[in-house]
Design a protein around this ligand. Structure first.
Ligand SMILES: [Zn+2]
Length: 150
């Protein structure tokens, strides 16, 4: 299940990625182009734009709320959104690209010293080279998940 979020939904797009969902973030207002991408990649459109009509052959979910937990609930009411434990935290929150495991020794100079000392598992985005480790960039995911009961 893949998604494409319109420009009002940057934070939601980031969180969809944290939860493991392939989610493009489309910042332009070029809606015909958006629909072409959605159709081509079979992506479900997530939008707050109430004027966007349901395009043929593409699923569209209207996100009605402002806050993240409510937005996730908006989506899960429309589609069977199941966050898989082992696909969470596997995607770059900026690039929507799958993260790759990286040897601890190779990133020694790229993370804060205390992180290097206390963490053993590191992942890296092959696109932007951002380094991820548990707890830091992902914050209170468990709490959000509980609130939206995904
Ligand atoms: Zn990245």
């Amino acid at each position: 299940m893949k998604f494409i979020a319109t420009k009002e939904l940057g934070r939601l797009a980031k969180w969809m990625r944290i939860l493991g969902f392939d989610t493009e973030y489309f910042k332009e207002e070029n809606y015909p182009k958006l629909k072409i991408i959605a159709l081509r990649d079979q992506r479900i459109i997530l939008t707050r734009n109430t004027r966007m009509s349901q395009p043929k052959g593409i699923r569209l979910v209207q996100v009605k709320h402002d806050f993240l937990d409510e937005q996730l609930r908006d989506i899960s009411q429309e589609i069977d959104l199941k966050a898989e434990k082992n696909s969470m935290f596997s995607r770059c929150t900026i690039c929507n690209v799958g993260l790759e495991a990286v040897e601890k020794e190779n990133i020694k100079d790229k993370v804060p010293e205390y992180v290097f000392k206390t963490q053993d598992k590191f992942l890296q985005c092959p696109n932007c080279h951002r380094i991820y480790w548990s707890g830091t960039h992902w914050g209170n995911v468990e709490k959000i998940l509980k609130e939206v009961s995904l």
